[in-house]
Write a protein that binds this ligand. Structure first.
Ligand code: G3P
Ligand code: MG
Length: 248
């Protein structure tokens, strides 16, 4: 059924760079992933006021930096001044809020696979999907494995598909919608990413039988991890790199 080249999902993917062991969505997080032997990480990417792709989960910088206010109102020069590590402890003070280019350089140098979650600021779905896809294609041009693009926002995935059809895509959802087959087909996705709490074994088996890869987030309990892998789930996105050891 799938005509697109599948993305080589490892069994474990570090959530937001290095999970909860380091400040999320920073290079320090990715370093933690490497330290634990992880081969892949997920991160959240959005656009600054001057349309630079950068890493941040929330709409505002308040929770994960020493700044305040809406992220999309700030230029990359302003965002670069923020301390994105101090909130997580003194050892991380001064950690930069990275651009997608910063993280691409790190991942390519370390042979780390990246799942870029397109996380648009309110009202910027199409623009963010398009520009993140174009920037990802430019940064990973010639790389052995392209980054995987995922999003909760269908409009952002549609824009990414139109701009860079060759980059692999995954539809991200909390609860799997009844029309998942139609969504995955329309967006020509290689995979579905869902909240592990809402997945059932029949659904997991159905998605696998339809030829898609399946990732669950955010799996932090080793017993849940074993159960999901036994259901045929390909990959687990986790905050607890210390509890879920990478193999091989
Ligand atoms: O991509 C999986 C996961 O990151 C989705 O949830 O809120 O952590 O971005 P969130
Ligand atoms: Mg995410």
């Amino acid at each position: 059924q799938q005509n697109k080249q599948a993305w080589p999902y490892p069994e474990l993917v570090a959530h937001r760079g290095g999970g909860t062991l380091a400040p999320e969505n920073t290079v320090a997080g990715f370093r933690e992933g490497i330290r634990y032997g992880y081969r892949a990480a997920e991160c959240d990417v959005k656009l600054s006021a001057d349309k630079v792709c950068f890493l941040l989960h929330d709409d505002t910088v308040d929770r994960t930096s020493n700044g305040q206010g809406a992220a999309q109102g700030k230029t990359m020069a302003e965002l670069s001044q923020l301390d994105a590590g101090g909130w997580k402890g003194g050892a991380f003070a001064g950690e930069a809020l990275p651009t997608l280019a910063n993280v691409a350089a790190y991942c390519l140098a370390q042979d780390m696979l990246l799942n870029i979650e397109i996380k648009p600021c309110p009202g910027r779905f199409e623009e963010t999907g398009r520009l993140v896809a174009q920037e990802a294609a430019r940064l990973w041009a010639g790389a052995a494995v392209p980054p995987l693009l995922s999003s909760f926002e269908i409009e952002a995935l549609r824009a990414a598909q139109a701009a860079e059809p060759a980059l692999p895509r995954a539809f991200l959802c909390e609860e799997i919608p009844a029309d998942w087959r139609a969504i995955l087909a329309e967006l020509d996705c290689v995979a579905l990413h869902c909240d592990h709490k809402t997945l059932t074994e029949p659904l997991a088996r159905g998605i696998k039988a339809a030829g898609y890869q399946l990732l669950c987030y955010t799996v932090n309990d080793p017993a849940d991890a074993r159960r999901l892998l036994a259901w045929g789930v390909d990959s687990l996105c986790t905050d607890r790199l210390d509890l879920l050891p990478a193999r091989g």
